[in-house]
Design a protein around this ligand. Structure first.
Ligand code: NDP
Length: 236
């Protein structure tokens, strides 16, 4: 039985974030999610925040600290895509994706580190993507933001690793959520051919790995990139 922790997950109202919240709840943790709309699963505390807004995040953390205690585990999961071929990608599409996926993680980790340093304990988990290291045509903005998370986690590991804090990246492959449901069926079939496992994964398959990474047994893993991709990105 692992120690019960206070956990905050960004973007926990749907998709992978919702599944992560469900798995932490099932494992007996105190769970809060940030959401711009909607709510996290039953039994979780939902706080309003947009990850591009540092003041809103600060208020959300303060509310979680008041209601559930200091945040010991943070999962930076909120993310967006604005896919477009390089030649046609606007500055705005690039900046918005990087500011949400990478800037959002930076703001969340910075705010979370305050309490973690005081507690001399913390688990930081950043949700990246196989695309971060594999690359993706039409995904210059998304891939850049997701590979940036690796440098972020590794630098945090070097800065805070001696204070009982770990920082890791989980890199999912294709997961069945709204994000992949947008892909045309022919493209989904094409992708499945290139995945050694021959299928997409459920959000729960990612969530269970994240819960394990936050647990007592994973305390000596830091700065790692853990793929959950059915073998798609092997070799990175
Ligand atoms: P969804 O599109 O289903 O959900 C995205 C979540 O992020 C929503 O909760 C959304 O909130 C939130 N979000 C987006 N922008 C912001 C913002 N500015 N501030 C706060 N919250 C925000 O995505 P998935 O569940 O599929 O993806 C979750 C993470 O996993 C993402 O980081 C994604 O890049 C990554 N990933 C997903 C893969 C997949 O195959 N699905 C594969 C690899 C990685 P709202 O409802 O308010 O929009």
């Amino acid at each position: 039985m692992t120690t019960s922790r206070t956990v905050l997950i960004t973007g926990g109202n749907r998709g992978i974030g919702f599944a992560i919240a469900e798995e932490f709840l099932a494992a007996g943790h105190r769970v809060a999610v940030t959401a711009r709309s909607g709510d996290g699963p039953r039994g979780s505390l939902t706080v309003r925040a947009d990850v591009t807004d540092a003041a809103a995040l600060d208020a959300a953390f303060a509310q979680v600290e008041r209601e559930l205690g200091p945040v010991e585990v943070v999962v930076a999961n909120a993310g967006i895509t604005r896919d477009m071929l390089l030649m046609r990608m606007s500055d705005e599409d690039f900046t918005q994706v990087v500011d949400t996926n990478l800037g959002g993680a930076f703001r969340v980790v910075k705010r979370a580190s305050k309490g973690m340093l005081k507690a001399k304990f913390g688990r930081i988990i950043l949700v990246s993507s196989v695309v971060g290291l594999f690359g993706g045509a039409g995904q210059v903005n998304y891939a850049a933001s997701k590979s940036g998370l690796v440098g972020l986690a590794r630098s945090v590991t070097r800065e805070l690793g001696g204070r009982g804090i770990t920082a890791n990246v989980v890199a999912p492959g294709f997961i069945e959520t709204d994000m992949t449901a947008e892909l045309p069926e022919a493209q989904q079939a094409e992708y499945k051919k290139s995945i050694p496992a021959g299928r997409f994964a459920s959000a729960a398959e990612v969530a269970k790995v994240i819960v394990w990474l936050a647990g007592d047994d994973a305390g000596y893993i830091s700065g790692a990139v853990l793929p959950v991709d059915g073998g798609l990105g092997m070799g990175h």
